[in-house]
Design a protein around this ligand. Structure first.
Ligand SMILES: Cc1cc2nc3c(=O)[nH]c(=O)nc-3n(C[C@H](O)[C@H](O)[C@H](O)COP(=O)(O)OP(=O)(O)OC[C@H]3O[C@@H](n4cnc5c(N)ncnc54)[C@H](O)[C@@H]3O)c2cc1C
Length: 402
């Protein structure tokens, strides 16, 4: 069985790693994608328990995560009691009170809970390390280049047309093609199956280093969450994904382990163009906007050094369908760009790799059935499928075309 994965980003490499551990050794995997990111930004530093479960229990990355990244105890949401008064720092703070400590045991972990519920990932480090680990895995071939076209054939092998970085043009046949080419969306553009829902989002984000983390405590936090000092499961709220909620917008703050021993943080401003009049797309406009509502955030930003900035406008899309009985699949940013409010981008990707892995196993056993791709899609989109709620929620519509 020949599987070609289009793309060389985080989900392409995690998928190749997953297949090498969970599919029979007769499977041959080829990753086709450029070694260089060619200027594409990397974002998505907060992972949730679903992703953590796959990374630790299915890929064996628990010790790696513990050594190289920060624990994440909660998704923390800050609702300001008087959003119009910049001098008032009173917030209703909502977060986990404890983690799911009965799910798994992480050897060597010594923290306030039996294990860290999840992780705050330095994506530059993580993406580089995972690529490196995959490069040393037997049975995975790499081609440094771009897929320029794919010919999908119903009952035979598919053909990929590849341009290597050296300029050489080659063709390759594959039983399965899995598109993980991110926003370049090689297969969706070919299949013309991209949907741009209503309820669009804009996002400006940046990384800041060497800031004063104590400034994050300068709020009047209402409520006993998280458990106070001395109470069981007490943790430092710094180690969470912070969400400062506004009108038609919200801000994420994700602490990370910097490579130069300085604190590093990813901060992003997500807005809903139908409900927010401003235009936050530079550091100046970010600080001007945030000073009005959340000076606790802008004070912290000013105390550090900006590492880089990025902007995406009207970035929300989904593809339909994402899987086919014709033996292709679309995963990750190639398939959807959701609002990151619940940090679920990589979680969707890891669920998809498990689903596609199960389809390939069935295919190899000769018990592959056409309806399976439908069932997985229905399970993937959950209640959005069931209730057929298109678009208003910012989530995909039910997957009804095949
Ligand atoms: C603003 C924002 C915030 C986010 N926050 C979070 C978060 O907190 N938590 C979370 O889990 N997720 C988050 N996400 C989602 C997360 O960023 C993505 O799920 C993840 O980075 C997608 O990885 P990927 O491998 O699909 O894409 P990429 O990393 O972009 O990889 C695509 C790869 O394809 C290659 N490629 C492109 N064209 C071709 C071609 N023609 N041939 C071959 N290869 C090609 C590229 O070079 C690249 O290597 C966020 C997303 C956004 C936009």
């Amino acid at each position: 069985m020949n599987i070609v994965i289009i793309g060389n980003g985080i989900l392409a490499n995690l998928g190749a790693m997953y297949f090498s551990k969970h599919l029979p050794p007769s499977v041959h995997i080829t990753i086709v994608g450029p070694d260089d990111r060619e200027g594409l930004p990397v974002v998505g530093e907060s992972i949730i328990e679903i992703t953590t479960h796959v990374l630790e229990t299915k890929l064996g990355l628990g010790q790696y995560l513990m050594k190289n990244h920060l624990p994440k105890y909660a998704l923390t949401y800050y609702f300001k009691m008087d959003p119009d008064d910049p001098t008032d720092r009173t917030y209703a703070v909502h977060c986990n009170e404890r983690g799911p400590d009965d799910l798994r045991k992480l050897d060597g972990w010594e923290g306030p809970m039996d294990n860290p519920p999840s992780w705050l990932i330095n994506r530059e480090v993580f993406d580089r390390d995972i690529r490196e680990m995959v490069s040393h895995t037997d049975g995975i071939e790499r081609i440094d280049g771009h897929v320029r076209d794919v010919q999908i054939c119903q009952d035979q092998q598919h053909t990929l047309f590849i341009e290597k970085i050296s300029g050489e043009q080659i063709q390759m046949d594959a039983d399965w093609v899995i598109d993980v080419s991110g926003r370049k969306q090689v297969l969706p553009r070919k299949l013309n199956n991209i949907i741009r829902p209503e309820g669009q989002r804009d996002c400006f984000w940046f990384r800041v280093a060497g800031f004063d983390r104590e400034l994050l405590k300068k709020i009047n936090a209402l409520g006993p969450m998280p458990p106070g000092p001395g109470e069981p499961y007490h943790y430092d709220r710094y180690y969470s994904t912070h969400h400062f909620m506004g009108r038609g917008n919200w801000i994420w703050m994700i602490p990370m382990k910097g490579e130069d021993e300085r604190d590093l943080m990813s901060i992003g401003f997500v807005s809903h163009p139908d409900h927010f009049d401003g235009n936050v797309s530079t550091m100046e406009s970010f600080l001007e906007q945030v000073d009005k509502t959340h000076p606790v955030v802008s004070d912290l930003v000013r105390s550090g050094e900006i590492v880089d900035t990025n902007v995406l406008k009207r970035y929300h899309y989904v593809v339909n369908p994402m899987y086919s009985a014709e033996r292709w699949a679309i995963i990750g940013d190639a398939a959807y760009a959701p609002d990151p409010l619940f940090s679920n981008g990589l979680a969707f990707g890891t669920i998809q790799w498990e689903q596609v892995g199960a389809m390939i196993r069935k295919d190899m056993e000769g018990t592959w059935m056409h309806p399976m791709s439908r069932v997985w899609l229905r399970l993937f989109w959950g209640r959005y499928w069931q209730h057929r709620q298109p678009f208003q929620t910012g989530m995909p519509p039910c997957m009804i075309r095949y």
